[in-house]
Design a protein around this ligand. Structure first.
Ligand code: NDP
Length: 414
């Protein structure tokens, strides 16, 4: 394995080798990594391409009922694992949201899914005629569930079509794209929400409350692990290992949950960030991306966070908060279900916060409430931008072997 810091030549070779591709924010090439300047390079933009029906998808036997009243109609863009597995089935639990249209590059899959969800065949759009959603009044909002490198383009096109947007995490692969997306939302006077489902999951919400109430005393250390071992693959076969669609890989896709939880549990923004990345050689999974990213954050209070994420380590989705008078263990911490949260102080308390599966429908309804009633959005585009900025700082630290100082808005202090 080549640790980028252990082998600086390796790090620069990695950057140079990848410089033909659109990279993440400040780290597009070695010079950008050194001085934090904007990425250069003119690689072709990634394209939306239809895919086969994912395995293990169960379609509903009968279409979910549309809620009565002013339910918000969503167009789901990208019928992959996330959309078809936890998200679309959850719509039956929504009180103010329904699926009104689908957008897919695979017409046959689109029609099959449309039939199962009671979506009219004329509400099946492709990436080519996506912009025609502008004149479809059945669609109020667009839910972007595409590979991460395509989020920015489709979010901007959705705003140009006059629709509101729910966008999957990470918001985009660079802060420049995020800024453009926010500007497009403002110009169109339409809402932009990032699908950070943990902000709607009862155990994570309870943990935030416990930390605010100092249930473990003053926080000293937050540890988060988001990792699994990916099977053999290549960038051609799997967008998750393709730099143009995935960025540096595991952090943007999975480790972002650990980064997010460190912020919402501590209630602080990082003061400094120091990080390491590993890219094994001779492994087609990691020809373009990192296999593992490790980050140490220091917060202004003196609390610290140790975050580890990987596509090459046995599975874990775990968080621990160590405080001056207690410990909160979360295992699994941020998954779809099965949350086990234990608070250890003078005694041991299992946290029973409620059904984790409500997190999916709650996201749809949260944006629906914002659209219909003007309610504030808990996870706005600005939060997505903040997190992408912090990930850029993490990559810059790893690639330049330096400690990065952070401003309160997540930008790098020069
Ligand atoms: P998948 O690979 O399962 O599906 C992605 C879908 O995007 C494809 O099925 C395809 O849909 C469409 N697509 C368009 N262009 C491409 C392309 N060039 N390569 C591959 N697919 C393409 O990905 P996921 O559903 O797992 O992830 C999608 C997004 O959701 C990502 O941003 C990811 O970070 C996020 N995610 C969020 C999770 C959460 O818990 N909130 C969990 C998992 C992912 P079609 O065939 O219909 O055109």
């Amino acid at each position: 394995m080549t640790n980028f810091q252990a082998n600086r030549r390796g790090a620069l070779a990695f950057l140079a080798g990848a410089s033909a591709l659109p990279l993440v924010g400040a780290c597009a090439n070695a010079q950008a990594a050194e001085d934090g300047s904007s990425p250069s390079g003119s690689a072709p933009a990634p394209e939306a391409v239809g895919q086969p029906m994912p395995g293990n998808v169960e379609l509903p036997d009968t279409p979910p009922e549309k809620p009565s009243g002013d339910s918000v109609g969503y167009a789901v863009v990208g019928l992959g694992g996330d959309a078809l597995n936890p998200l679309m089935p959850s719509i039956s639990g929504a009180r103010r949201s329904h699926i009104a249209a689908l957008v897919s590059g695979n017409r046959g899959k689109c029609e099959t899914v449309a039939k199962a969800y009671g979506v009219p065949a004329d509400a099946c759009y492709s990436y080519d005629n996506f912009d025609e959603i502008a004149s479809d009044d059945r669609i109020d909002a667009v839910y972007i569930v595409l590979p991460s490198g395509l989020h920015a383009e489709y979010v901007e096109r959705a705003f140009a079509a006059g629709k509101h947007v729910l966008c999957e995490k990470p918001m985009a692969l660079s802060s420049t794209e995020c800024e453009r997306m926010i500007a497009a939302s403002k110009a169109a006077n339409r809402k932009l929400m990032i699908a950070y489902r943990c902000h709607f999951e009862p155990h994570n919400l309870k943990a935030m409350e416990l930390m605010r109430d100092k249930a473990v005393g003053d926080i000293r250390l937050i540890r988060a692990n988001q990792q699994y071992r990916m099977g053999p693959t290549t960038p051609k076969k799997n967008w998750r290992v393709d730099r143009s669609l995935a960025g540096y890989g595991p952090l943007e896709d999975y480790g972002i949950y650990g980064l997010q939880s460190a912020l919402y549990l501590s209630g602080e923004m990082p003061a400094t960030i120091a990080a390491r990345m590993v890219q094994p050689t001779g492994d087609s999974r990691f020809a373009e991306i990192a296999s593992s990213v490790s980050t140490l954050i220091k917060f202004p209070s003196g609390a610290m966070a140790e975050l580890y994420t990987s596509y090459d380590t046995r599975s874990a989705n775990r968080g621990v908060v160590y405080g001056t008078s207690g410990v909160l263990e979360m295992d699994p911490a941020t998954g779809y279900g099965g949350h086990q949260y234990t608070l250890r102080t003078d005694g041991v308390q299992q946290i029973e916060a409620g059904d984790p599966s409500v997190q999916f429908a709650a996201q749809f309804d949260h944006l629906a409430d914002a659209i219909r009633d003007g309610a504030d959005i808990r996870t706005p585009g600005e939060m997505g931008l903040r997190d992408v900025r912090l990930m850029e700082a993490i990559f810059k630290s790893a690639l330049t072997d330096s400690v990065i100082h952070i401003n309160p808005d997540g930008t790098i202090r020069s």
